[in-house]
Ligand binder design. Structure first.
Ligand code: 9D3
Length: 287
């Protein structure tokens, strides 16, 4: 699979895409990532790629000329060719990274992993000339509801999420297929040796050697974490009959479904050994 990135800041991509798993996948020829500097396709000696917005207002707008010429270089004669697989430019799928895009999710990453040639246009300006979107952009993606300085890091996030789904890229590491087993739930807690670290003990069940107990405990802890941190995921998760039983146990333990002792009696008074100090109050010991 080939990724082309269109950006005003190509230097931001030196490093992250060369290291670790992505670096190895590139070396192995499993993926090809080409970074293009939009300014290389400007026609003036100042290499101008953006300009003031028609109608006035703050900020700059990415000019159509350099981006169209860059796309011409990727796919010569694309404007005359018949439109192929539903994309605007035959043979490639062009994604624009913008805060206005649909939030990236795992299903989108899976779909994009099926594309032969993915072109990522990173915004780093107030906006792009609308004709770029109309003529070139197949899909607009955001990576979440927070404000970044540009689309470069989001483009790297998309490459990372998509590339690891390409067969061979993860190598010895966990197969992405394996994830479908627990899909929709958060991971259970992990422990390694020693069994007692500074008095912090590994749960007894994990030392028991009883594989059935271990499996059930892990499944229950997955459901516990999901319930505590991402309850909305539980509504989507495909839960088995056993999962529903584990969920009932968790709700039972938390006192849901019946009136809890705390709801009846009010908050408990501090234990005697707290000597009247309120737990959590006062400055923490600095390191
Ligand atoms: C102050 C600028 N804002 C005025 C309404 C709009 C704005 C434009 C461009 C805010 C941020 C950016 C730069 N961000 C991206 O290009 C971007 C992004 C993001 O900020 N968050 C999550 N996903 C993405 S994808 C591209």
């Amino acid at each position: 699979m080939r990724f082309d990135v269109l950006t005003l800041f190509p230097e931001m991509f030196r490093g992250p895409l060369d290291a670790s798993i992505l670096g190895r996948a590139r070396q192995a020829g499993l993926i090809d990532i080409v970074i293009h500097d939009i300014r290389d396709y400007a026609e003036d000696r100042h290499r101008t790629a953006d300009d003031y917005p028609y109608g006035g207002g703050a900020g700059m707008v990415l000019k159509p000329g350099p981006v169209f010429r860059l796309v011409d270089s990727l796919c010569p004669g694309w404007e005359k060719a018949p439109r192929g697989t539903g994309s605007k430019i035959p043979g490639l799928w062009l994604v624009y990274l913008t805060p206005q895009g649909r939030p990236l999710d795992q299903a989108t990453a899976r779909r994009l992993a099926g594309v032969d040639r993915l072109v990522l246009l990173a915004g780093h300006y107030e906006g792009t000339d609308e004709r770029i979107r109309e003529a070139l952009v197949d899909e607009e993606l955001s990576i979440g509801d927070y404000v970044l300085t540009g689309g470069e890091i989001p483009a790297m996030v998309v490459i990372d999420a998509v590339a690891r789904l390409i067969p061979g890229v993860l190598g010895q590491e966990v197969s992405p297929l394996e994830e479908s087993f627990t899909e929709g739930l958060l991971e259970y807690p992990h422990y390694t040796r020693p069994a007692d670290f500074r008095g912090l003990r590994v749960p007894e069940v994990l030392l028991s050697g009883n594989h059935e107990r271990v499996r059930r405990w892990r499944r229950k802890e997955s459901i516990r974490r999901t319930l505590e941190r991402r309850p909305e995921l539980l509504l989507q998760a495909r839960l088995t009959r056993e999962d529903h039983q584990l969920l009932r146990e968790l709700l039972e333990e938390s006192g849901a479904g019946s009136v809890s002792a705390e709801a009846q009696a009010g908050p408990a008074a501090p234990d005697g050994d707290e000597e009247g100090r309120k737990a959590g109050s006062g400055p923490d010991q600095a390191c």
